[in-house]
Design a binder for this molecule. Structure first.
Ligand code: AHG
Ligand code: MN
Ligand code: MN
Ligand code: MN
Length: 332
């Protein structure tokens, strides 16, 4: 029995990235290196999170970000670690981070890629030892090589993503990503310091019976959404909400379900950020057979106008998202 359980360790991430690169004879290896840089940064964050309580790096940093959210110490640590790894790695010319007001110029003006990132997602869950994550998107720069990155490089629509993914720091740490040819999940083996393929070709079920939403704002939800939620309850679906987008998305990807962050009176345009939360997860949802919309339009086709803009998000199993959209449409 134990042999059966341990015999299934998959390909190491480095090898997997190399194998994928070899399938494209003209690939230069720059994207592969960038993915390795992200994996390395995630291992460092993983270490910091695991010892947060001992190292005294839980709790607030006493500052707030451009959206007025109180920053946690680990938000700042994750931001610095990722920025440093991407800058030193050399393949990224510019970064948009949740924690920084403006574009970060890495100084690598000859690099081809830009990265948008939520260095630590669900940071209010750190102090209570609940799952948190990192989210990233990779785009090809628009501006000429050799110059500093521009805002136009950053404001690309989600359909232009070259790759996207997330890291989940949970009961085990996982890296899930896509380069546009399906979604693959890797589990971190801390004693070896390496990720191994554990979830090849992940598929989101067409239908599900989990709905994930913070119902605290119910009274100010759009009428159609209230109707959809009542429908979920009539069918006795399971309500599951962690409050860490990465964790909620990951569960629904594995089990089938819908995650919703709608517009509320507190967050008129929703709470989640298009550039470094919604686009990446929408890319992964579509790559695994799911759907991601703002309730009316495909997330990946929204044209961003600001670095930190927000959008409502309805993401997950195809049938569930389509049904929720149908409910909203009645009140248009
Ligand atoms: P972040 O920690 O990166 O600022 O993201 C917080 C987001 C997301 O992780 C989560 O799904 C959502 O905020 C939870 O919001 P509510 O507490 O309003 O439910
Ligand atoms: Mn935040
Ligand atoms: Mn987040
Ligand atoms: Mn964050």
């Amino acid at each position: 029995m134990i042999d059966k359980l341990t015999a299934s360790v998959g390909t190491a991430l480095d090898r997997f990235i190399q194998q994928k690169q070899e399938q494209f004879p003209y690939a230069t290896g720059e994207l592969s290196q960038l993915l390795r840089d992200i994996a390395l940064a995630s291992k460092i964050i993983n270490r910091e999170i695991n010892r947060a309580g001992l190292a005294g790096i839980e709790g607030g940093a006493g500052s707030s970000n451009v959206q007025g959210e109180a920053q946690q110490k680990l938000d700042m640590i994750a931001d610095v670690r990722f920025t440093r790894a991407l800058s030193k790695g050399g393949e990224t010319c510019g970064i948009v981070s949740e924690e920084m007001d403006d574009i970060i110029d890495t100084g690598n003006h000859h690099a081809k890629y830009i990265v948008t990132m939520d260095p630590l997602d669900g940071s209010s869950n750190i102090d209570v030892n609940v799952v948190v994550g990192t989210i990233f998107s990779i785009y090809r720069r628009r501006s000429p090589i050799g110059r500093p990155p521009t805002k136009e490089d950053m404001l690309q629509q989600g359909t232009e993503q070259i790759a996207a993914g997330y890291v989940l720091y949970g009961s085990s740490t996982m890296l899930v990503y896509s380069t546009g040819y399906g979604v693959n999940g890797f589990t971190y083996e801390p004693s070896l310091g390496e990720y191994f393929l554990s979830h090849p070709d992940m598929k989101c079920n067409d239908d599900g019976n989990i709905f994930s939403i913070n119902e605290g704002g119910y009274k100010t939800f759009p009428e159609g959404l209230k109707e959809y939620i009542e429908m979920c309850k009539e069918r006795e679906y399971s309500a599951r909400y962690i409050g860490s987008l990465v964790g909620d998305f990951h569960r629904n990807l594995l089990k089938g379900g819908i995650y919703i962050y709608p517009s509320t009176s507190k967050y008129k345009k929703g709470k989640l950020r298009l550039l470094y939360e919604c686009n990446a997860l929408a890319f992964l949802a579509e790559q695994s057979g799911g759907v991601a919309t703002n309730g009316y339009q495909r997330i990946l086709e929204l044209k961003p106008t600001e670095l930190h803009e927000r959008t409502p998000l309805y993401v997950g199993s195809k049938k569930m998202v389509e049904e929720a959209m149908k409910c909203l449409k009645q009140y248009e």
